[in-house]
Every structure is written in structure tokens, then in C-alpha cells.
Design a protein around this ligand. Structure first.
Ligand code: ASP
Length: 354
């Protein structure tokens, strides 16, 4: 009899623990790329345009969290908004390869199950983050590349577009400039700046001009989220680097480099010079510092981004969130498009260092 009581008590305690409510901790953090983003290079129109999309992205994900949805779903909804905007180097606004193509990468990780999904080098998938999630949830694999990933996306009912969907004049000019300079560029270069054109009739600003007038930056997008069940998730989506060659893949679709999530530590999404982030296994290193050294999410993220990466010459930043809703958004570049929204709906969008 005693054993039965003990067993019942055990079941009760463990189900109470697993059902712990994190409603007062739900949090969503985003980035839209780091780089040479200074007040001097900004115009009110440009700032407003970026803030509008970042805010729309935050709200899309937060609505899902507030309604009790999962962190994976919230990350997807948030990233899709940024993928559909030409302002960011992901989805619609992806940069061009040396061959004049747009090759997209994305990944997702679920901190509860430690399952992950990623796609790389795809040219026809409108929302790579959704296909990355399909890889995680509906296949036996973690990463799919190129044509195979596109066949899988089609089978899963993802939206397939003609590669020309990803053409934006601004990114194409950035490629031409990079080709001229015969160097691999990171998103776009300040030397290509030009005046923002306004419609003579409506005064509206051409969105593509806004991209073009921006300094060198890494326009990858990412999101980390904590849902009401205490589950963390991280996702990242990118077009990679302007003028990339030979099927180059960056850190964004590599689990542990550009993306990582583990309920026992944190969720991380990175933006920056991918090669450095791969070599430093940035996202996992932040998690490992928390797991093995007991560092806080802030100390761990600072250690990797502000010390290790700086010493190794790697420019960029991360967003990192723990299970208690504590987060950090360190970057070692001039600026990083970033923002957060907390359980009570208070949100903030930041761009510069100060
Ligand atoms: N990390 C990306 C890459 O190297 C670039 C970026 O963050 O914009 O592909």
C-alpha cells in the first residue's frame, strides 16, 4: 500500500513539475543583422522602415506565444515576416552569389526535444524557415541541401517560387560592386551609397533604396523564444554573403554555429561573418559555458561575442535567451538590428551601440 502511495505521489510531483507555468516569463527576441550601422549612416525614413518590419515581426511571434502556441511556431511566424521583407538578407531580400543567384540557408532548433532542422543553398523556397521546420518535424534528417531540399519542400506543400522572386535591384547592384572589387562582401558595402528616392506623387520611399544606402552589414535574421510551457526555440534565416562562390554555406544553417537551443541552458541565433562563427561554434559555445561553467546567459554570450570572437577577428553578434526569460543581445560591430518583447507586451527595438 505504502509503495502505491509513494508511486502516486511521484507521478503527481513530476506532472506538477512538467506542467510548470511559464506564462509570466514568455519572451521573444529578434535580430535583423549586425554590421556597420551608425546614426550617421541612417535617415529617419530608413530607421522607420526597419523598425516597422521589426515590430511587425515581434508582434507576429508574440501573438502566438500569448495565445499559448509553441516557441517553434512563434520563431517561424516572426522570421517569416522578415523573410518576406526586402530589407533583410533573408528570403525576399537575399543577397546574390557570384553567379548572380540567390542561395538561401535557414535552421531551427527545439530546446525541449533537442531536435533540429536545416536547409542550405536553396533557390526556390519562399520561406526557408518553414522548410527547416518541416525537415525537423517531418523527416528523419537534420539538414538538406540544394535540389533535394527543394523536392522535399514541394512535397511538404511549402510555397515554391521562381528564383526571380528573390531579385532586388539593390542587392544586384551590390553584387556588381563586389565583383568589381573582386572580393567577397558581407551583404553590402557603404561605398555603394546613393540618395533615397521618394515618389514625387506620394512621397513614399522606395524600400530597395533603403537597403542600398546602408553600410556594410550582415542582414541575416533570427529569433529566439520562450513559450508558456518553458520551452525554448531558436531559428535563423539568411541569403549568406554577397558574391559568395562554390556553393559556400555560412553559419546560419549549422546547428551549434548560427543556431542552438536547449531548455537546460539557452536559445541562440547569430549574425555575422559566418566562417568565424562556424570555427568558433558560437551558439553551442554559449550554451556550453552555461552548462559546464554555470555562467549566466549574459556572461556566456559576452564571453563568446565580445572576447573570443573579437580576439579571432570575427565580426557580428547574437541574441541569447534562457528559460527564465533573461536574455542578452551582444554584438562587436557598430550596430545590430534587434528587439524584444516580454510577457506583459512591453517591447523595444534597438539599432545602435548606445
Ligand atoms: N552569418 C551569415 C553568413 O555568414 C551572414 C549574416 O549574418 O548576414 O552567411
Amino acid at each position: 500500500m505504502k509503495t502505491i502511495y509513494c508511486l502516486l505521489l511521484l507521478v503527481f510531483v513530476s506532472s506538477a513539475l512538467s506542467a510548470q507555468d511559464y506564462s509570466d516569463k514568455i519572451t521573444l527576441v529578434i535580430h535583423g543583422g549586425a554590421g556597420t550601422i551608425t546614426r550617421a549612416s541612417m535617415t529617419p525614413e530608413k530607421e522607420k522602415a526597419y523598425k516597422n518590419v521589426l515590430n511587425e515581426a515581434l508582434q507576429a511571434g508574440f501573438k502566438i506565444l500569448r495565445d499559448g502556441g509553441t516557441s517553434v511556431k512563434a520563431v517561424e511566424a516572426t522570421i517569416r515576416v522578415m523573410e518576406d521583407s526586402p530589407l533583410f538578407n533573408a528570403g525576399k531580400g537575399a543577397v546574390f552569389t557570384n553567379e548572380g543567384k540567390n542561395e538561401l540557408d535557414a535552421s531551427i532548433m527545439d530546446g525541449k526535444t533537442l531536435k533540429a532542422g536545416a536547409i542550405a543553398g536553396v533557390t526556390t523556397i519562399r520561406n526557408p524557415i518553414s522548410t527547416a521546420i518541416a525537415v525537423m518535424e517531418k523527416s528523419e534528417h537534420v539538414m538538406m541541401a540544394g535540389k533535394g531540399a527543394e523536392v522535399f519542400a514541394k512535397q511538404q506543400g511549402e510555397v515554391i517560387v521562381d528564383p526571380s522572386y528573390f531579385y532586388t535591384e539593390a542587392r544586384y547592384k551590390a553584387l556588381q560592386n563586389a565583383r568589381e572589387q573582386e572580393k567577397v562582401e558581407l551583404d553590402h558595402d557603404a561605398k555603394e551609397e546613393k540618395k533615397i528616392k521618394k515618389s514625387p506623387k506620394t512621397g513614399a520611399v522606395n524600400q530597395e533604396d533603403l537597403i542600398f544606402t546602408e553600410g556594410k552589414k550582415f542582414g541575416t535574421v533570427g529569433c529566439v523564444a520562450l513559450d508558456k510551457n518553458g520551452n525554448l526555440a531558436a531559428g535563423t534565416s539568411t541569403g549568406g554573403m554577397t558574391n559568395k562562390r562554390y556553393g559556400r554555406i555560412g553559419d546560419a544553417p549549422i546547428i551549434g554555429a548560427g543556431t542552438y537551443a536547449n531548455n537546460t541552458t539557452c536559445a541562440v541565433s547569430a549574425t555575422g561573418h559566418g566562417e568565424f562563427f562556424i570555427r568558433s561554434v558560437v551558439a553551442y559555445d554559449i550554451s556550453a559555458l552555461m552548462e559546464y561553467k554555470g555562467l549566466s546567459v549574459k556572461d556566456a554570450a559576452d564571453e563568446v561575442v565580445m572576447k573570443k570572437l573579437v580576439e579571432r577577428g570575427g565580426e557580428g553578434g547574437v541574441i541569447a535567451l534562457d528559460r527564465n526569460g533573461n536574455f542578452a543581445m551582444p554584438f562587436n560591430s557598430e550596430g545590430m538590428y534587434r528587439g524584444y518583447i516580454k510577457n506583459d507586451g512591453t517591447s523595444n527595438i534597438l539599432i545602435y551601440k548606445d
